[in-house]
Design a protein around this ligand. Structure first.
Ligand SMILES: [Fe+2]
Length: 563
């Protein structure tokens, strides 16, 4: 059975093919349009996943969308009625407009954010969605899966666990910001949810905006900045009232929310506000997870939703007493709803995600053609990984483009910039070269067999650390020998590399270790600031040139920067 999964959110859309129980191909629209976090109908993603899996439109058995009351679908469809545009989107006002349109202008009554009536789900929305699909797909079955249920499915069905407590948390989706689910076998049952009016995710985004960063994009900068500040220096009550039974936000969002923040934070330094926000975010969600671990007795935790891009928070959840295993779906933001929706529809037996190399790939013929077109001089190598290791050991920066692109926000070796991890000044000069301002240091890719030499508290976090979705405390050895990747709070955000997941990247680091004695290298995403990670060879060549990197290893070819 071939299922086409689609994420059609207002931020970060994408598509996937689930063939029987296996994710065959997944891609986010931003990688193809080259517009960061693009939220349009993912037309190019749909074309790409079908082409790359060699499927025709006729091979698709069902089309499944992640999200029911997805603003994008309705805004696109009802713009003529509401006068609303994406530029006017304000939470939660637009939701009210859309509900009003459904209830009063279209005569569909009893519409509640959590319970969209069957005829809307089964008839109206599929009708609207069909207009965006290729005509050859119009006759196919179309289903919609609740936003948070799709997040939950993405985490549970790829976790490899038979039973888990599944937590989803984001800004908002289908009227909800957080859900707690009990997942067992093939079933996922929601046992708790919190309305989006009390969204901690939206509040984190609001503060991100207040601190001068781009909302929905730079929240991780706030997480990194927090390590430099002092929580106690902000003498302001956290605007959430949280007990085991109550979760309530006492403030506003949007412009009114920003006004409240400017009054509450007046006179405080940005880094202290970031520390205060991160502290309360961790505390609140740890409290909630601890409560549900105790109540259900389930000790395996699986997470998805944009809030769990917060690697520091994930470390705190892993450290909760009683938690045995933690797994975070690597494409935790809304682009991952494509995979989540397809998995929710299929309800497969849970199976472990083998790797995230689920995107497009390019062979040596295509790569050579692009190199020729770009007028670059190159050498072909029989063992490119050994050559890259040798160049790294000499102290050069090298971009690596190899095999299939990663699914999710992290580059895990196939679209990465690599450098030695023992240069403490690297964060200043390499970030400057890439046009980035980051507060968290570059992340290390570490041989999995050396994990305990580099980190403490690895047990139970191995699955999260495979995909760079958690921070871990560094050992004294790591702090001494790989200082370039250790944050001021003594943590790092590792990728534990196993041979079976990416044999060539594993071989590269192994060769590097033989040359230097160090089992890790810096692995940062191959892109300039504000751009998506490179996808095609032409993107790689362009970024290599603009960033002024020393070397580019692309397929079996090595390009040296002209001096
Ligand atoms: Fe979401």
């Amino acid at each position: 059975m071939n299922i086409l999964g689609i994420s059609d959110g207002r931020i970060n859309s994408g598509a996937c093919i689930l063939q029987d129980d296996q994710l065959k191909h997944c891609v986010s629209e931003e990688r193809l349009t080259r517009k960061k976090q693009q939220g349009v109908f993912p037309r190019r993603s749909v074309e790409t996943v079908l082409r790359e899996t060699k499927m025709s439109y006729g091979d698709v058995d069902a089309i499944v969308f992640g999200g029911i009351l997805t603003p994008n679908i309705l805004v696109r469809s009802f713009r003529f009625l509401t006068g609303a545009s994406m530029g006017n989107y304000k939470h939660p006002g637009l939701k009210d407009i859309l509900l009003e349109v459904l209830e009063h202008r279209l005569g569909i009554t009893s519409v509640k954010p959590h319970s969209i009536p069957g005829k809307v789900q089964k008839r109206l929305l599929p009708y609207l969605l069909r207009k965006d699909l290729a005509p050859q797909l119009w006759g196919k079955e179309i289903c919609l899966v609740d936003h948070h249920h799709a997040h939950a499915a993405s985490a549970f069905y790829t976790s490899g666990l038979r039973k888990a407590l599944c937590i989803t948390c984001d800004g908002m989706g289908d009227g909800v910001f957080l859900t707690v689910n009990l997942a067992e076998g093939t079933s996922i049952k929601r046992i708790h949810e919190i309305d989006c009016q009390h969204s901690l995710g939206e509040y984190y985004t609001l503060v991100t905006s207040y601190l001068g960063f781009r909302p929905h994009l730079h929240e991780s900068k706030v997480t990194g900045l927090a390590a430099y500040g002092t929580t106690q220096k902000v003498d302001t009550p956290f605007p959430f009232h949280i007990t085991s039974k109550i979760w309530s936000y006492n403030g506003s969002f949007g412009r009114a929310g920003l006004k409240q923040l400017s009054q509450a934070y007046n006179g405080y330094r940005g880094k202290d506000i970031a520390a205060w926000l991160q502290h309360h975010t961790e505390r609140s969600l740890v409290r909630l997870v601890r409560h549900w671990v105790r109540k259900t007795g389930v000790r395996n935790i699986v997470l998805s939703g944009g809030v769990f891009a917060n690697v520091k928070l994930n470390q705190r959840i892993h450290e909760i007493q009683g938690v045995e295993h933690l797994y975070v779906f690597p494409q935790m933001d809304d682009a991952g709803l494509a995979a989540g929706a397809a998995l929710a529809y299929r309800q497969p037996d849970t199976c472990r995600l083998k790797n995230v190399f689920l995107g497009p790939k390019y062979d040596n013929i295509q790569i050579r053609q692009e190199l020729e077109t770009g007028g670059l001089q190159y050498e072909k190598h029989g063992n490119i990984d050994r050559e890259v290791a040798r160049i790294l050991a000499q102290g050069h920066v090298i971009a690596r483009f190899n095999g299939r692109m990663e699914y999710g926000p992290r580059a895990l070796g196939n679209r990465s910039i690599l450098y030695r991890a023992n240069d403490p000044s690297v964060n200043d000069w390499l970030n400057r070269r890439l046009g980035r301002t980051e507060f968290m240091p570059f992340a290390p890719a570490v041989l999995s067999s050396d994990a305990s030499k580099c980190f403490t508290g690895v047990a139970g976090a191995e699955e999260a650390a495979r995909f760079m979705t958690i921070t871990l405390n560094c050992t004294k050895w790591m702090k001494t020998h790989c200082s370039g990747v250790v944050h001021v709070d003594g943590t790092a955000r590792p990728q534990l590399v196993r041979k079976q997941e990416n044999p060539s990247f594993h071989r590269l680091i192994t060769e590097y270790k033989q040359l230097t004695g160090l089992p890790c290298v810096i692995n940062t995403s191959f892109n300039m600031h504000g751009e998506p990670i490179v996808c095609a060879p032409s993107d790689a060549i362009c970024t290599f040139d603009v960033a002024g990197l020393d070397y580019l290893a692309i397929g079996d070819f090595l390009v040296k920067r002209k001096t």
